[in-house]
Design a protein around this ligand. Structure first.
Ligand SMILES: CC(C)(COP(=O)(O)OP(=O)(O)OC[C@H]1O[C@@H](n2cnc3c(N)ncnc32)[C@H](O)[C@@H]1OP(=O)(O)O)[C@@H](O)C(=O)NCCC(=O)NCCS
Length: 180
């Protein structure tokens, strides 16, 4: 079921959005988000078509696997899909956690879209209630993503070495949100 951002106290923002579960037809959106050099500057570079097809299959099965949820972010006004936001099971420093990620197409950045999508997804993770702590690990060189964590109420834990995607290590900030 789609969840919209209008019911919150964010009516002043320019773009109202909703989130919808990631679906079978969303590979083209995934290609625009994770197959693009500029979009993946802080994510280890663009994924190949083969990697994207595998990721699409993982996203489609994520809910039934019980290991997280991935959504697309859709503009209320036009129905256009402009980004992704989601959370998944992970472990960090020996602790089982939720990890969160977000991505918004360049033409739609700076309008509060990631912030609104992330707020809806945080509420979903809280309702799932499997883990108490939700972490995000943006590169230290990614100001918008770090600003987003701060805006959403995450606490900065520390700078750390983080592997994403597999085999690619980068300097990241560990941000944590207590869902209780
Ligand atoms: C990170 C990303 C999702 C943000 O999307 P967005 O819809 O533009 O985000 P929002 O508009 O909700 O918020 C961005 C915040 O960053 C701030 N910001 C933007 N550029 C900034 C900069 N250079 N320095 C500091 N803050 C900055 C904005 O002011 C805004 O904060 P505000 O609402 O308090 O003003 C988007 O930049 C993106 O998709 N980047 C590429 C993929 C990526 O790196 N994903 C994150 C992986 S951890």
């Amino acid at each position: 079921m789609a969840v919209d951002s209008k019911s919150g106290n964010d009516m002043e923002h320019k773009s109202n959005i909703r989130i919808e579960p990631w679906g079978e037809g969303d590979l083209p959106l995934l290609k625009k988000l994770l197959g693009d050099p500029a979009m993946t500057e802080h994510l280890g570079g663009p994924e190949s078509d083969e990697q994207l097809i595998k990721r699409q299959a993982r996203y489609e099965k994520l809910v039934e696997s019980g290991k997280g949820r991935m959504f697309k972010v859709v503009l209320q006004e036009t129905g256009e899909a402009v980004g992704s936001v989601g959370y998944w099971d992970s472990s960090h420093n020996g602790e089982e956690i939720y990890e969160m990620g977000w991505s918004v197409l360049p033409g739609f950045q700076g309008r509060g879209i990631a912030g609104k999508g992330a707020a809806l997804v945080i509420a979903a993770a809280r309702a799932d209630g499997k883990h108490r702590f939700l972490h995000a690990f943006p590169s230290v060189e990614n100001p918008p993503s770090n600003a987003l964590c701060r805006k959403l109420g995450f606490t900065l834990v520390e700078e750390c070495e983080f592997e994403y995607p597999k085999g690619h290590f980068m300097r990241c900030n560990d941000w944590c949100l207590d869902l209780l």
